[in-house]
Design a protein around this ligand. Structure first.
Ligand SMILES: *[C@@H]1O[C@H](CO)[C@@H](O)[C@H](O)[C@H]1NC(C)=O
Ligand SMILES: *[C@@H]1O[C@H](CO)[C@@H](O)[C@H](O)[C@H]1NC(C)=O
Ligand SMILES: *[C@@H]1O[C@H](CO)[C@@H](O)[C@H](O)[C@H]1NC(C)=O
Ligand SMILES: *[C@@H]1O[C@H](CO)[C@@H](O)[C@H](O)[C@H]1NC(C)=O
Ligand SMILES: *[C@@H]1O[C@H](CO)[C@@H](O)[C@H](O)[C@H]1NC(C)=O
Length: 600
């Protein structure tokens, strides 16, 4: 279905391109002379418009003439049409790596450099030679004499790494969140690119620029800058909504800026501002992560990424079970995003942020802010910009963790024979060649909450043990979903370019998915009937107690944690163990298993 949508976009783009590209056609004219007149008129109009564009382009940068609002608008319109038309016609779904290939520069640069060339000729009064114009490909950024006229960086701007920020002066909503250096193309050769995670209009996003800031010294505020034209690439899973998660891609120039004191100390910029108008002073400054100088020497085995928490999320027990069980499964880190969060859950997360798994260099949990994404969930953008979060987490984890799992709080990938996920992956590597494996896919199994609790819950030693969903719910749908449908995956982030919810959209060249056989591991998904109602409990089911492998350790760890946090975070009392040991005769009679409450 998604592919169909893309094709229709593509056709639409083609139509748009054709309309914009040609000077009309005068098909409607009947008389030959009338037709000739009309053609002549159209040609004149075309040149008039073109002249106007050139003029406004000059006014835009040249401050001698002041800014020209109308002109800027016309320019913006032209640019948008031209660039997006080009991008979409060339390849609606073209991978990033090709997008930054040399042949693509020719296409994009053609239009871009023509403008820059005109600018430079007109504004270089000092008679400066414009050497780089000879080869447009050697000019992937604004020339220095233009750059030096652009607004400088306001040193008091906060340096952010995870905050939704406005790109100002855009006609449609345009937000940016985080920025990552990515030099994986061409086997690490070449200057690489800066990948900004953002959100904006799904179709025809506006033209923006990346102002790249290079620190001049190891300390202090002095910066040199380079400005490049950005490519806005819509993240594929957009559900046809008005806005979607995007990558704003800033191709780095081949050479970093030269200053009077020589080249900048680090060829990769420190921070970036995304602007829609070159003359507008940058309103934010985003830290560029994953620079080679910042990458740790060794990776920890496994991290988990969870989509933004919303609806005042406050299911404390679910949260604790999720973190504690993933620790047992071999993860050392969980990334969460705070859209809206209840008081108690927030308190529990803060506590986890101050702890680390044994031997880990990272906090057990990181909570990143997710508010100020001023888009209406489901109506304007899919589930709180879920795909921006997934891809932010992918890049954030890339050089810190060998493997990353993308899961919701009601999902667990449970190995059938191995204790931990890294052990399972190692074992798979002995069975089949996993050299080119970028992701491991696990089939979904629903453990519907409407099915009754496992009888052994009554033998629970503690209320915490009895509350654990992975021990209470052991009945699951016999039939698993096929891979890619509701499946989840664990990936090697370095081999992934674009992460989706149920599968990887784009791998680094030469990598793919391994469908993990259900005998080795499946995805346990604890939820109510997916189509509403209670009819799903009539489907064929079996009892699956694989998760009991962790039962004892999990119950002990959750009990310890709950006891520690109970007072600090004002956690509620847990329900007692149902129909507990014979001594507790006053407990109320058992309800029929099929009408157990869906969740606590
Ligand atoms: C720089 O930013 C600060 C606060 O963000 C603001 O108060 C100040 O006016 C800005 N300075 C300039 C020169 O724009
Ligand atoms: C972003 O800009 C819009 C208008 O351009 C404004 O209404 C909104 O408050 C801004 N949001 C933030 C977080 O600055
Ligand atoms: C850097 O900028 C900040 C904020 O404007 C200022 O307080 C600080 O003194 C500056 N540092 C240097 C070394 O100039
Ligand atoms: C989550 O975000 C809200 C703002 O939306 C903030 O008030 C709250 O303190 C945050 N919670 C935590 C635990 O940081
Ligand atoms: C993982 O499971 C397989 C299959 O049962 C087993 O042969 C292997 O020894 C296990 N590896 C570890 C480290 O437990």
């Amino acid at each position: 279905m998604i592919f169909q949508c893309r094709i229709s976009d593509f056709l639409r783009a083609l139509g748009m391109g054709a309309r914009r590209g040609g000077p009309g056609g005068g098909r409607s004219a009947g008389v030959l002379k009338e037709r000739a007149n009309m053609s002549f008129m159209l040609v004149v109009m075309f040149f008039a418009v073109f002249g106007l564009i050139v003029l406004t382009e000059i006014f835009l940068i040249d401050d001698r003439h002041g800014s020209n609002v109308g002109g800027t608008g016309a320019l913006g319109g032209h640019r948008n049409g031209h660039r997006n038309g080009h991008r979409l016609i060339a390849a609606p779904d073209r991978p990033d790596y090709e997008e930054v290939g040399a042949e693509d520069y020719t296409g994009v640069k053609g239009g871009f450099d023509d403008h820059v060339g005109l600018l430079v000729k007109d504004t270089a009064e000092g008679g400066k030679p414009v050497a780089s114009l000879a080869d447009p490909r050697g000019l992937p950024s604004l020339p220095t004499n233009v750059e030096s006229r652009l607004p400088h960086l306001n040193q008091s701007l906060r340096l952010t790494h995870a905050d939704w920020l406005n790109v100002t002066n855009t006609r449609f909503k345009f937000f940016v969140y985080s920025a990552y250096y990515d030099n994986r193309a061409n086997g690490g050769e070449g200057p690489g690119l800066i990948r900004v995670i953002g959100a904006t209009k799904t179709r025809g996003p506006e033209q923006v620029w990346c102002r790249l800031w290079y620190n001049l010294h190891a300390t202090g505020n002095a910066t040199a800058s380079i400005t490049v034209s950005a490519k806005v690439k819509t993240i594929r899973e957009n559900w046809n909504l008005k806005y979607s998660a995007t990558f704003v891609i800033c191709p780095l120039p081949k050479t970093p800026p030269e200053t009077a004191e020589g080249p900048v100390p680090n060829a990769v910029p420190n921070s970036v501002s995304v602007v829609s108008r070159l003359k507008a002073p940058p309103a934010h400054r985003i830290l560029i992560q994953n620079r080679p100088s910042d990458r740790p020497n060794k990776k920890e085995p496994l991290a988990v990424c969870v989509k933004p928490l919303h609806f005042e999320f406050n299911r404390v027990m679910q949260l604790i079970e999720f973190v504690e069980l993933h620790l047992l499964l071999g993860a050392t880190h969980v990334t969460l995003y705070n859209d809206t969060l209840g008081q108690e859950a927030g308190c529990v997360i803060r506590d986890y942020e101050s702890r680390s798994a044994p031997g880990s260099d990272y906090p057990l949990v990181t909570l990143l802010p997710w508010h100020h994404l001023d888009m209406i969930s489901q109506l304007e953008i899919r589930t709180e910009g879920l795909f921006a979060a997934l891809n932010d987490c992918l890049y954030r984890s890339m050089y810190q963790f060998e493997y990353v799992a993308f899961l919701d709080l009601d999902e667990y990938i449970i190995p059938r024979h191995n204790d931990t996920i890294p052990e399972l992956i190692r074992w798979l590597g002995k069975r089949v060649s996993t050299k080119s494996t970028g992701s491991y896919s696990f089939q979904n199994a629903f453990f519907y909450l409407q099915w009754g609790d496992d009888p052994s819950v009554k033998q629970s030693q503690t209320a915490e043990e009895a509350a654990l969903i992975t021990l209470r719910k052991t009945r699951r749908k016999t039939k698993l979903h096929p891979h890619k449908q509701r499946s989840k995956y664990i990936c090697k982030p370095e081999h992934i370019v674009e992460a989706g919810n149920h599968f990887v959209w784009e791998f680094a060249p030469g990598h793919g998915t391994l469908n993990v056989p259900a005998e080795a591991a499946i995805l346990h998904h604890y939820r109510v009937c997916e189509f509403g109602g209670d009819d799903c409990v009539k489907t064929q089911s079996i009892v699956d107690k694989t998760a009991y492998r962790y039962g004892q350790d999990l119950a002990r760890n959750v009990r310890t944690r709950y006891a520690e946090l109970k007072e600090k975070c004002s956690l509620p009392d847990l329900e007692p163990v149902p129909a507990a040991p014979a001594t507790l005769t006053e407990s109320k009679p058992q309800t029929s298993p099929l009408v157990q409450p869906a969740s606590r």
